[in-house]
Write a protein that binds this ligand. Structure first.
Ligand SMILES: Nc1ncnc2c1ncn2[C@@H]1O[C@H](COP(=O)(O)OP(=O)(O)OP(=O)(O)O)[C@@H](O)[C@H]1O
Ligand SMILES: Nc1ncnc2c1ncn2[C@@H]1O[C@H](COP(=O)(O)OP(=O)(O)OP(=O)(O)O)[C@@H](O)[C@H]1O
Lengths: 216, 216
């Protein structure tokens, strides 16, 4: 079974720890702040938790981080610590180092020192929120590639009372209907005679320019 | 056209501002830190940017925030400021206040003072990263409801060289194949005679317990 470590137990790091731990994986939480380590132990979000300074390679080695397959570096506000920690881990032989970045330049530095994967959690969620605010009827978007998506939309008033066959989404909009949802319960591949009602949800797949023509 | 304001120009707040601004919406950026305001003006991520203390209701009124339809409160580390700001905005008559929270208790307080929508960006992305690390073959998951999802998976070696018709995913796994992807280009509704190759991507929809049976 794979073992993980998370360096930096802030909001993001704790969530990574907690999820891995609840999925049954062995995960070690590390932070230079004693209180955060004790918090992680009390909240039982990791198998173990240790206080150490991750910019010190010998501390990482003694704690066994160099033997692990994947380490997540979740330090956002201290770019120097984040970058030095990532370098230490790659030089220590860790195959997969995932690091979070707070800016483009932070991300570039992390890539330079060998981070295998860089994530921008705050930025990505900020963009996602902004997009959802501008198209309130478009609830979620699952981007397949730059031109195609799957979207969950609120059934617009124009579609109220019409059957799926009536709407003929493929011919009129170039979209495939995948599922409809009434009161939180999804039905996949609904029958063409299903009559839609405004306020229901529907999930469609197609080109983005076709999705943009939906009256939502 | 709807107007927005973002209070708190950290990583998350800046991304919300920038995205709304690039989508052509009028957005006002607000922060108590003069440097963050100047940064937002220099980077052209908002239509306007102002320095003010959002815990002061008269400062919010003078800046015109009470006339807006939607305000985003993106203050995470200062719970008191975040909660007071949200209360000010709701008392000032703003119809939609979206606030980010750093913990469950922070979220509860925000709901109590009238936040219309609470988001947990770091927590949500931390959970998402952890899940993606444990099933490397499962690239993205789009949850429809607690029991059904759409997932993007790497075509496993077991499916290499087989046609979609051979695989008969609906009968053998209870899943519908929506799209396949070769070298970054998606094909929606691929023909049943398409021969899959390991390493390609495929997007399927179905019950989570059916998805879990895929050899990825
Ligand atoms: N050298 C170090 N060794 C170990 N932990 C460290 C080191 N430097 C910082 N940390 C820890 O990293 C954690 C996250 O730090 P930071 O404040 O940068 O995160 P953040 O980006 O605001 O996190 P989040 O958004 O996830 O809350 C803190 O708990 C901090 O104590
Ligand atoms: N009373 C206030 N009025 C206006 N701005 C404020 C106030 N209090 C804090 N801020 C600003 O809110 C911004 C975000 O603060 P904070 O450090 O809490 O965010 P954060 O959760 O770490 O953000 P992110 O993760 O998005 O970087 C800061 O730029 C800070 O100056």
């Amino acid at each position: 079974n794979r073992q993980f470590a998370v360096v930096g137990l802030g909001r993001f790091g704790r969530a990574v720890c907690m999820t891995l731990h609840h999925l049954g994986y062995e995960v070690l939480g590390v932070d230079s702040d004693e209180r955060r380590v004790n918090q992680a132990i009390n909240d039982e979000i990791a198998s173990h938790a240790l206080s150490l300074d991750s910019t010190d390679p010998s501390a990482l080695r003694e704690a066994g981080l160099f033997e692990l397959d994947t380490v997540i570096v979740a330090i956002g506000n201290f770019i120097q610590e984040s970058v030095i920690t990532t370098l230490n881990l790659k030089e220590g032989g860790v195959p997969h180092v995932v690091a979070k970045a707070s800016s483009e330049i932070h991300g570039k530095l992390l890539k330079r020192v060998g981070a295998d994967h860089v994530v921008y959690p705050e930025h990505e969620m900020g963009c996602e929120l902004a997009r959802s605010l501008t198209r309130p009827g478009l609830l979620e978007r699952f981007e397949l590639d730059p031109d195609h998506s799957i979207v969950e939309v609120v059934v617009p008033v124009e579609f109220d009372g019409k059957t799926i066959a009536d709407l003929d989404l493929r011919k009129r909009y170039g979209l495939n209907l995948l599922a409809v949802c009434q009161d939180g319960k999804f039905e996949i591949n609904p029958s063409p005679v299903t009559r839609l009602a405004k306020g229901w949800l529907m999930v469609v797949i197609g080109a983005n320019k076709c999705i943009d023509r939906l009256p939502v």
